[in-house]
Design a protein around this ligand. Structure first.
Ligand code: PMP
Length: 346
């Protein structure tokens, strides 16, 4: 979802964003556009309290392309990388990293079917690894780290796609953070990268120019033509988030929304969520029906009640409620009320 007031502002400005032109018609070399992209970067810095020695970049290719960009920029003269496998997206990151060096799985949650995460003391860390990559929130399995893992001296890399801006974040504990925009940052089209400056300038020779963070930093994220409309909408979404009180305030709302939904699932005999409570995601809540033959009916009736996009990811089946920042609390209330009524009528 994108906040309605953001969409309304975009609608009002669609034909005339600046000097009689739509933002869709504006050159990325236009002064007003450049100023807007700089404002976006500043807003991210403020919202996430990004330390001065980090660069905030915007790139294309989605978080998926960062699966390759991370090793290409951070592997340097080392040969091994540690990966933590806690769900489907971690797996995709592993498969791409394997093209560039030796990937060691420091921890895999495959044996518990991605419903829990063992403490970091039980991981097999490799001190010689170029970095350790983890997925703070597994979007499909609905498993979230509620604390940043303490991995010692090894630089930490996080795919924050589905949790960024949902809560305060200690950027300084990471060498690299990346996140596709299309969950909490804005629409699809851009990927946010926050990288410690010391990792700039060490990309492998085979790294394409566009994936080299140094090039993106030097060009202030305007190395090539960006999706101008995405940048613009991100600017509006960040203003909206600021108006909500920033990430600490939205965290309170997110805690409340997710607690309500899990409570509704836990007290039901018909719906269930398999994730160990300590690791349940505040953003993505997968759930299953005791009688899977009711799934189609559940989805059909949910849609008739205005509750859209509840089908689970094809890899997992079942249902999934994604309750990102812009989902109002009333949306969760409506879902809980619908589920209770659906179960009552069985
Ligand atoms: N990582 C995570 C955690 C995701 O949730 C997603 C998308 N759902 C991706 C990576 C891939 O993102 P993109 O579609 O931007 O490539």
């Amino acid at each position: 979802m994108i906040p309605t007031e953001v969409l309304e502002q975009a609608r009002a400005e669609l034909l005339d964003w600046h000097r009689g032109m739509s933002v869709l018609e504006t050159s990325h070399r236009d002064k007003a556009f450049i100023a807007m992209t700089e404002a976006v970067t500043d807003k991210v810095r403020t919202l996430l309290a990004v330390p001065d020695n980090y660069r905030v970049l915007f790139m294309q290719g989605g978080a998926s392309l960062q699966f390759a960009a991370a090793p290409l920029n951070l592997l340097g003269d080392k040969s091994a990388m540690d990966y933590v496998y806690t769900g489907l997206w971690g797996k995709k990151a592993i498969l791409d990293a394997k093209r560039y060096g030796e990937v060691r799985i420091a921890y895999s949650a495959e044996s518990n079917q991605f419903t829990s995460i063992e403490p970091v003391e039980q991981w097999a860390l490799n001190e010689a690894a170029a970095y350790l990559h983890y997925t703070p929130n597994e979007t499909v399995h609905g498993v979230e780290f509620h604390e940043i893992p303490e991995v010692g001296a090894v630089p930490l890399v996080g795919d924050f796609s589905s949790t960024i801006l949902s809560r305060p974040l200690d950027v300084s504990k990471h060498a690299l953070i990346y996140a596709g925009a299309q969950k909490n940052i804005g629409p699809s089209g851009l990927t946010m990268v926050i990288v410690d400056e010391q990792y700039l300038g060490h990309a492998l020779d085979i790294c394409p120019a566009y994936l080299n963070y140094q090039n993106i930093a030097n060009s202030h994220s305007l190395y090539n033509t960006p999706p101008t409309f995405s940048f613009y909408l991100i600017d509006l979404v960040l203003d909206w988030l600021e108006k909500q009180g920033g990430v600490a305030a939205i965290e309170d709302v997110n805690k409340r929304k997710s607690a309500k939904l899990y409570e509704c699932l836990d007290q039901s005999d018909f719906f269930s969520n398999p994730v160990v409570p300590k690791y349940r995601s505040r953003m993505n809540v997968p759930f299953f029906l005791a009688d899977a033959s009711q799934e189609a009916r559940f989805l059909e009736q949910a849609e008739a009640n205005g509750l859209m996009n509840l089908a689970g990811h094809r890899a997992l089946g079942g249902m999934r409620a994604s309750i990102y920042n812009s989902m109002p609390e009333e949306g969760v209330d409506a879902l809980c009320a619908f589920m209770t009524e659906f179960e009552r009528r069985l």
